[in-house]
Design a protein around this ligand. Structure first.
Ligand code: ADP
Ligand code: MG
Length: 268
């Protein structure tokens, strides 16, 4: 049986009394790339926050990394268990060199200084990062360069589960292709990748093993890569219609207004 890198069962999360994740299940085996797609506000980033341990959420359900439960662990312990999230908007840290930062991070994850050096050297070559190592973390990098730097960091840290939250957002077409090619090289038998996006474009370059559609805090449909093409054609609206899911509140309000006019003819 294939080992499971990330398993999430009946995950619920609320913040400020508002329920955002409403019983989410997902399973990402080692060696696979799964795409998680969903409209704005469906809870994709909340899922990342809850998995990585951001505070402020009321959480129930389970999540395991390589069989190890993580939801009752603190942020550092989750990272040591092998979870890594690349950020939607990488932070700029002027004054902290990428080389220094990544070396500390790898050693904090338990690698020896020699192993850290070797991993950094190998990934530097692979991603052409030479000229960025001595520069400050993400400072003055273009959008595409920042994302490449993130993927370089993932390659060096060798997590068991890599979550990439909208790594394609705000990139031009060439940069999306470049980032996608880098993501494709992350595929490996010791890692499960969860690629979160709301556009199918990146999936044209990184063929996912599974595609999951998330709406209103739940996975409503899962399938092969062809599911992304179906989305491209009809959008999330078609998915809602097909599955009989209520439209979002704004659309419901519009429809109600429209019904009011059709159902209340003017008195003559
Ligand atoms: P996505 O990443 O899919 O666009 P998010 O996880 O960012 O969605 O947000 C899901 C929903 O949760 C949205 O309706 C958002 O407004 C709401 N939300 C996110 N953070 C908070 C918060 N701190 N307080 C209240 N609601 C929040
Ligand atoms: Mg988001």
């Amino acid at each position: 049986m294939s080992r499971v890198a990330l398993e999430v069962v009946d995950l619920k999360a609320a913040i400020g009394g508002v329920e955002i994740l409403k019983g989410l299940d997902i399973e990402v085996p080692f060696g696979t790339v799964h795409a998680l797609m969903g409209p704005n506000g469906s809870g994709k980033s909340t899922l990342c926050h809850v998995l990585t341990g951001k505070s402020g959420y009321e959480v129930s359900g389970t999540a395991t990394i390589d069989g190890e439960p993580i939801l009752d662990r603190d942020v550092d312990e989750r990272a040591r268990a092998g979870l890594l999230q690349a950020f939607q908007y990488p932070v700029e840290v002027p004054g902290l060199e990428l080389q220094v930062f990544i070396d500390e991070a790898v050693q904090a994850s338990g690698a020896s200084p020699e192993e850290s050096r070797e991993r950094i050297a190998a990934a530097t070559k692979r991603f052409g990062m030479d000229r960025f190592l001595g520069r400050a973390l993400n400072d003055e990098l273009s959008g595409g360069e920042k994302k490449r730097s993130e993927i370089f960091q993932v390659a060096v840290l060798q997590p068991k589960v890599a979550i990439l939250d909208e790594i394609d957002s705000g990139l031009d077409i060439d940069a999306v292709k470049e980032v996608a090619e880098a993501v494709a090289t992350m595929r490996g038998e010791d890692v499960g990748v969860l690629l979160i996006t709301h556009y199918s474009r990146i999936l044209g370059y990184v063929e996912p093993d599974r595609v999951h559609i998330m709406i209103d805090g739940r996975i409503v449909e899962s399938g092969g890569p062809e599911l992304a093409d179906v989305l491209e054609e009809g959008g999330y609206r078609a998915v809602r219609t097909r599955l009989g899911i209520e439209p979002p509140q704004a659309e419901a309000a519009e429809k109600q207004a429209a019904d009011f006019f059709t159902e209340t003819p003017f008195d003559t």
